[in-house]
Design a protein around this ligand. Structure first.
Ligand code: ADP
Ligand code: ADP
Ligand code: MG
Length: 482
C-alpha cells in the first residue's frame, strides 16, 4: 500500500481573495498546514475566511492599498511568522520583485523560481527563449519595436493583418489588430501610451495576427528536483476582449488527433525545461486553421481554468503546487502516470451585463444552487455579498464533467439552470445561449466565436422567458390569489 509521507506543518499566507483564496485555503487544510487569510475593509464576511485558520485585516478597500501593497504584505509576513505565500492568480502572482523580496526574507513563494517568473513575464524575452529552444513562435519581432516606421516596415514584411502587443501586457489588454499600414500608423503610439499607463512599460511587439485561431494551452507541473510533467491541453477559444469565458478539456479542435496533442504537450514541456520550470504553470499557444501552432506566453502561476484539468486527470493541482514549493513528494512517478478520461467544461460566472459583457457591480440579495451530478462550483458567493468595482467581477466558476463532450455540455446547461444569483446582473443568461449554440455544440468555434455568432443578441429573448422569472411570477400570482 502506498502511504502519504508525513510532512512538516507550515504557516501559509494566501495573498489573494475571492474564489481562488477559498480554493487554496481548502488545499492547505487538506495538507494539514495553517491557512492564513487576508481581508480588506469591505470583506469581513468573505467566504474564504471560513476556510482559513487565521485572519489578518489589510486596511483599505482597493488593490493598491491591499493585495498589491508589497511593503504592507511583507510586514504582515514578518509579524505572523509566515513560512510560505500562495499568490493565487492576478495580483502579485507573477511579480518577480515580490518573489525576490520573499527570497531575501527566507519565505517560500508557492510559485516557480524568481528567474522563471521574470523571464516569462516579458512577452519579448519569453519569445526569445522560445525561439532559442526551437519552440515555434508567432511570425514577427521578438524585441520591442522602437518606432512607428519600423513597425510599418515589419508589418509590410510579414503581411497583414498584424497585432501590436505590449511586452508587459496581461488580462487581454494591451493588444490591437491592424489591417493595413494606415492602421499601424494610427494605433502604434496610442497602444504604447495605454500600455505604459497600464503596465508601466510602453514597449510593443509586432506579430502576425493568426486568423480564425484557437487558443490552446498546456498545463505544466514541475517539482524542485527537475521533473517536469504536462497535464494535457485546454481549449480557451471562447473569449470576449481577449479574455476567456468558457474553457474545455480536451480541445475539440485537436479532437482525436493524438499525434498533434502529443506534439503540443511535448513542446510545452520543452519550453518549461528551457527556464528550469519548477511549479504549476501554463504554456499558451495560438493554433491556426492549418493546425500549425505558435507559442503565445507562459503564465507562471495557477490559472483560473485549472479545475477542468483536475477533473479530467483526477489530480489536485493546487495541492501539488504547494507540495512542489515545500519540497514535499508529489507522488507522481512519471509522465505515464498522468492519464485523462472524460470531458470537462468551465464557465466563468461574472457579475456583468450579459449583453454588453461589461462589469455590473451590486449586492447579492439571494443565492441558491441545485446542480446535477458531475458539477463543481468554485466560488465566493453568499447572500449579501457586495461585488464592488474595486475588484475583478468574476464571482465563481461552474465546472461540469461528463464521459463525453455532449454529456458535459448537457450537464452545464442543467447546472446553469440550477444556479440562482439574485440582486445583480450576471453573465449566466449569455452562458446558456453559448451552451445551446449549434456551432459550440458541434465543437466548431474559434476565438472569433463571440464576434461571429453574437450570442449576446439572443440573450434578451432568452432572458424574457427565463425559468427563474416565470417561477417568481407564479409565486406572485399565487400570493395575489390569481
Ligand atoms: P487565466 O488564463 O488564468 O484566465 P487571465 O489572463 O485571465 O489568466 O488572468 C487571470 C486574472 O489575472 C484575471 O483576474 C486578470 O484580470 C488578471 N491579470 C492577469 N494578468 C494581468 C495583468 N498584467 N494586469 C492586470 N491583471 C492581470
Ligand atoms: P494575455 O497576456 O493578455 O493573456 P496573450 O498573448 O495570452 O495575452 O493573448 C490573449 C489572447 O489574444 C489570445 O488567447 C488570443 O485570443 C489573442 N491573441 C494573442 N496573440 C494573437 C495572435 N498573434 N493572433 C491571433 N490572436 C492572438
Ligand atoms: Mg494569455
Amino acid at each position: 500500500m502506498i502511504r502519504i509521507p508525513k510532512n512538516q506543518k507550515r504557516r501559509i499566507l494566501i495573498a489573494n481573495r475571492g474564489e481562488i483564496a477559498t480554493r487554496v485555503a481548502k488545499a492547505c487544510r487538506e495538507l494539514g498546514h495553517t491557512a492564513i487569510g487576508l481581508w480588506t475593509d469591505n470583506e469581513v464576511h468573505a467566504t474564504h475566511l471560513q476556510f482559513c485558520d487565521e485572519w489578518i485585516h489589510l486596511e483599505g478597500s482597493n488593490n493598491k492599498e491591499t493585495y498589491l501593497n508589497v511593503p504592507k504584505l511583507l510586514q504582515v509576513i514578518k509579524e505572523n511568522n509566515v513560512d510560505a505565500v500562495h499568490p493565487g492568480y492576478g495580483f502579485l502572482s507573477e511579480n518577480s520583485d515580490f518573489a525576490r523580496e520573499l527570497d531575501k526574507a527566507g519565505v517560500i513563494f508557492i510559485a516557480p523560481n524568481t528567474e522563471a517568473i521574470r523571464l516569462m513575464g516579458d512577452k519579448a524575452i519569453s519569445k526569445q527563449i522560445a525561439n532559442k529552444a526551437n519552440v515555434p513562435t508567432v511570425p514577427g519581432t521578438d524585441t520591442a519595436v522602437p518606432t512607428v516606421d519600423e513597425a510599418v516596415r515589419i508589418s509590410n514584411e510579414i503581411g497583414y493583418p498584424v497585432l501590436l502587443k505590449a511586452v508587459a501586457g496581461g488580462g487581454g489588454r494591451g493588444m490591437r489588430a491592424c489591417n493595413n499600414e494606415a492602421e499601424v500608423r494610427a494605433n502604434f503610439e496610442a497602444v504604447g501610451r495605454e500600455s505604459l499607463a497600464a503596465f508601466n512599460n510602453g514597449d510593443l511587439l509586432v506579430e502576425k495576427l493568426i486568423v480564425n485561431p484557437h487558443h490552446i494551452e498546456v498545463q505544466i507541473l514541475a517539482d524542485k528536483k527537475g521533473n517536469i510533467y504536462h497535464f494535457f491541453e485546454r481549449e480557451c477559444s471562447i473569449q470576449r476582449r481577449h479574455q476567456k469565458i468558457v474553457e474545455e478539456a480536451p480541445s475539440p479542435f485537436i479532437g482525436e488527433d493524438e499525434e498533434l496533442r502529443q506534439r503540443v504537450c511535448e513542446t510545452a514541456v520543452k519550453l518549461a525545461r528551457a527556464v528550469n520550470y519548477d511549479s504549476a504553470g501554463t504554456v499558451e499557444f495560438i493554433m491556426g486553421e492549418d493546425k500549425n501552432f505558435y507559442f503565445l506566453e507562459m503564465n507562471t502561476r495557477i490559472q483560473v481554468e485549472h479545475p477542468i484539468t483536475e477533473e479530467i486527470t483526477g489530480i489536485d493541482l493546487i495541492v501539488c503546487m504547494i507540495q512542489s514549493a515545500l519540497g514535499d513528494d508529489l507522488m507522481i512517478p512519471n509522465q505515464e502516470f498522468i492519464t485523462r478520461s472524460g470531458h470537462a467544461i468551465e464557465c466563468r460566472i461574472c457579475a456583468e451585463d450579459p449583453i454588453t459583457m461589461l462589469p455590473s457591480p451590486g449586492k447579492v440579495t439571494g443565492f441558491d444552487t441545485n446542480f446535477p451530478q458531475g458539477t463543481r462550483f468554485d466560488h465566493c458567493l453568499f447572500k449579501d455579498l457586495d461585488v464592488t468595482p474595486d475588484f475583478d467581477p468574476m464571482v465563481g466558476k461552474l465546472i461540469c464533467k461528463g464521459i463525453v463532450r455532449d454529456v458535459a455540455i448537457r450537464k452545464m446547461e442543467a447546472a446553469l439552470d440550477g444556479l440562482f444569483i439574485e440582486g445583480l446582473k450576471t453573465n449566466i443568461p449569455l452562458l446558456k445561449v453559448i451552451m445551446r449554440n449549434e456551432n459550440f455544440m458541434e465543437g466548431r468555434y474559434t476565438t472569433n466565436f463571440i464576434k461571429d455568432e453574437n450570442p449576446q443578441e439572443k440573450v434578451a429573448l432568452d432572458f424574457d422567458h427565463d425559468r427563474f422569472y416565470k417561477l417568481l411570477a407564479s409565486v406572485e400570482a399565487r400570493r395575489m390569489g390569481m
